[in-house]
Write a protein that binds this ligand. Structure first.
Ligand SMILES: Nc1ncnc2c1ncn2[C@@H]1O[C@H](COP(=O)(O)OP(=O)(O)OP(=O)(O)O)[C@@H](O)[C@H]1O
Length: 303
């Protein structure tokens, strides 16, 4: 198996005038991985993806892609494809004509019919792109990237505008690509998308990496979360909660909302049950992953 990293970035810095978009970013992405890039607006995601696609060059730092150092030429290294800020398409051409034009420019490895089928656009292959929805354009952008049979696929918000079925379809395409050994890097604003698709994630905040690693490690980090608890006896539950060490009541007006780490929460549930209070529902207010994301990015944005 090829163990050369698909991406190895060290100390990447990129400024636009006074704005520091990336500030000493290190990133390792192993081959065959679907890697998520998340962060609040302005965190630097698009800038980083643009560097991977050689749309710009870093001010400082070193970048290796598919084992080769990236120079200062503004052309995507061999084996790399993708898009940032939406795919560039010709609206007056059909989907098939767009792909044919790109194939003439860049050469191709895959067949146009095959990539159209992969992204589910066969039925509209001869329609003009002008009439395409955002989701259809995103799929066509993906087809354009697949045409070159990339070993590294870089996509900025590929789920934008996709309906749930479209999203599942695109996730299927990306999973197959990764299973065949290609590496996929996707940015997203949605933690549920990242959870469904990615094995590893990098969180950027204000141009810095605040977390990079397996998703499991992120959600397992020990921190107090808010939980919503519905019981058979709200008043008794509130009293028992107030007496439980390590558990804070956030709200008890409608539903009981408490903040606790897992051991204290376990203790609370035992106390409720022992006190004759049935627990009918207990759920985190936001998913553990989203809570970790918020905690990590808020810390950095507040600095
Ligand atoms: N071409 C540019 N000229 C000037 N400033 C830029 C340029 N591109 C990015 N920036 C700035 O760099 C910072 C990072 O922007 P970037 O688009 O990479 O963030 P992002 O994480 O992709 O944000 P979003 O989630 O809103 O797409 C922002 O402050 C942005 O205003």
């Amino acid at each position: 198996m090829d163990t050369t990293l698909a991406v190895r970035a060290r100390g990447i810095t990129k400024c636009f005038g006074d704005v520091v978009a990336l500030d000493g970013v290190d990133l390792d992405v192993a081959p065959g991985q679907i890697h998520g890039l998340v962060g609040p607006n302005g965190a630097g995601k698009t800038t980083l993806l643009g560097l991977l696609l050689s749309l710009a060059v870093p001010d400082e730092g070193s970048l290796e892609i598919l084992g080769a150092p990236v120079g200062r030429a503004l052309t995507a290294p061999d084996g790399v494809a993708g898009f940032v800020d939406g795919p560039g398409l010709y609206p007056s051409l059909t989907a098939r004509q767009n792909l044919a034009a790109l194939a003439r420019l860049r050469g191709r490895g895959a067949s146009i019919d095959d990539v159209l089928a992969q992204v589910g656009l066969t039925d509209v292959a001869d329609d003009r792109v002008r009439g395409f929805s955002l989701g259809m354009r995103q799929r066509l952008g993906l087809a354009a990237a697949l045409l070159t049979m990339p070993r590294l696929l870089v996509l900025d918000e590929p789920s934008n505008g996709l309906d749930p079925a479209g999203k599942r379809h695109v996730h299927g395409v990306l999973n197959r690509l990764a299973a065949d050994g290609a590496t996929v890097i996707v940015s997203s604003h949605r933690m549920d998308d990242v959870e469904a698709l990615c094995s590893e994630v990098t969180i950027l905040a204000a141009g810095r990496v605040v977390f990079t690693g397996p998703l499991g490690k992120l959600s397992a980090e020990n921190r107090a979360l808010d939980y919503r608890i519905r019981t058979s006896d709200p008043e008794a539950a509130r009293r028992l909660t107030a007496d439980t060490p390590g558990v804070d009541i956030v709200d008890s007006a409608e539903l009981l909302v408490v903040r606790a780490e897992i051991p204290a929460l376990d203790d609370l549930v035992s106390r409720l049950v022992r006190g004759g209070v049935a627990v009918r529902e207990l759920a985190p207010v936001v998913s553990p992953l989203e809570a970790a994301f918020l905690a990590l990015t808020e810390q950095e944005t507040d600095r």
